[in-house]
Ligand binder design. Structure first.
Ligand SMILES: *Cc1c(COP(=O)(O)O)cnc(C)c1O
Length: 315
């Protein structure tokens, strides 16, 4: 997987004792296929690509990755957790300038996809979809126990007992929004993304990361005079809650139907905040910037991991 793949993959690898091989990203933030080629071998069970990835909203080059996978005959998963209810609808939204190379089952090598109904499907948290190309593949997910004194047991997923209410609610959300609702949401979100990308990149010294127009707009600072984490602190003070990213230090916003109307005022506040930082009109000591800065620089990240576990424990 690329370094931009979701942290949930680390969790899965930890649970199942699978070795993760991290692939770097190219200048556009996409998985580096030349590096992938070099790291492939017969022990690789699956290549994990994103459409798009969480940090920078970048869509990995699924078709070129598929060419590599074809040679090695392993599985190819496309993480469309974020994109699954947005990207497929873009071509019906009348946005001529925005398109993506094939990223789904139309690419023959793609063996599975994940799509979060609880994100842009607008269902409640805790519902998601895992799609397999074939029933044979899906069967590996099932656990059958015929020798139990409790009777015959079959379980389709990692979770045991699950809420039927959640499934009903997810169905209701999908019926309520429908194809037309998702197309219209995709249209508003991506139109807003185009404007936001233009507006942020017009503010010096900010720079947008990645070329793909998706719901995630990420930016970094090209000047040491404007620390992006200090900018984040100042924006927090102004009432914004953006996501903080590592290597490179950056922040992003995930555009949704709910915040799309607020983006104009976000741009204004980013402008004001950058000016204030330039003018030295902000006390750096108060915010979280030193913590993020430190975590970003620490080579021994297991120390930070321990710290995160302690915080979770206290919470
Ligand atoms: C949200 C997300 C996931 C998984 O998230 P859950 O919290 O487990 O639903 C995986 N990949 C991407 C790109 C995501 O945005």
């Amino acid at each position: 997987m690329a370094t931009s793949a979701h942290a949930a993959v680390y969790k899965a690898a930890e649970y199942f004792n699978i070795k993760l091989v991290l692939i770097g990203t190219d200048e556009d933030g996409r998985m580096s296929v030349s590096e992938l080629k070099k790291r492939m071998n017969k022990n690789v069970i699956l290549v994990y690509a994103s459409a798009p990835g969480y940090p920078h909203g970048v869509v990995d080059p699924i078709t070129t990755i598929a060419d590599v996978v074809k040679r090695w005959q392993c599985c190819l998963h496309v993480d469309a957790c974020l994109g699954g209810f947005v990207l497929p609808f873009v071509k019906y939204a009348g946005l001529e300038d925005i398109s993506y190379p094939p990223f789904d089952f139309s690419v023959p090598e793609v063996t599975s996809m994940s799509i979060d109904t609880h994100k842009y499907g607008c269902a409640q948290k805790g519902s998601s979809v895992l799609l397999y190309r074939t029933r044979e593949l899906r069967k590996f997910q099932f656990t059958a126990v015929s020798s139990w004194s409790g009777g015959l047991y079959i379980s389709p997923s990692q979770a045991g007992s699950r809420s039927g209410g959640l499934i009903a609610q997810t169905w209701a959300a999908m019926m309520y929004f429908g194809r037309r609702g998702y197309v219209s949401a995709a249209k508003n979100i991506l139109k807003a993304a185009v404007s936001l990308r233009q507006d942020i990149s017009a503010i010096k010294p900010l720079e947008i990361i990645g070329k793909d127009v998706t719901m995630i707009v990420a930016w970094r600072s090209t000047s040491s005079k404007v620390d992006i984490y200090v900018l984040n602190d100042l924006l927090s003070e102004m009432g914004w809650h953006l996501s903080v990213l590592h290597s490179p230090p950056a922040i992003h916003i995930c555009i949704t139907s709910v915040n799309v109307e607020s983006l104009e005022s976000l741009v204004k506040d980013v402008q004001v905040a950058v000016e204030r930082i330039h003018a030295g009109d902000y006390n750096r000591k108060e915010g979280k910037a030193p913590i993020y800065g430190m975590a970003n620089r620490m080579s021994n990240t297991s120390t930070v991991d321990d710290l995160l576990k302690d915080i979770q424990d206290v919470m």
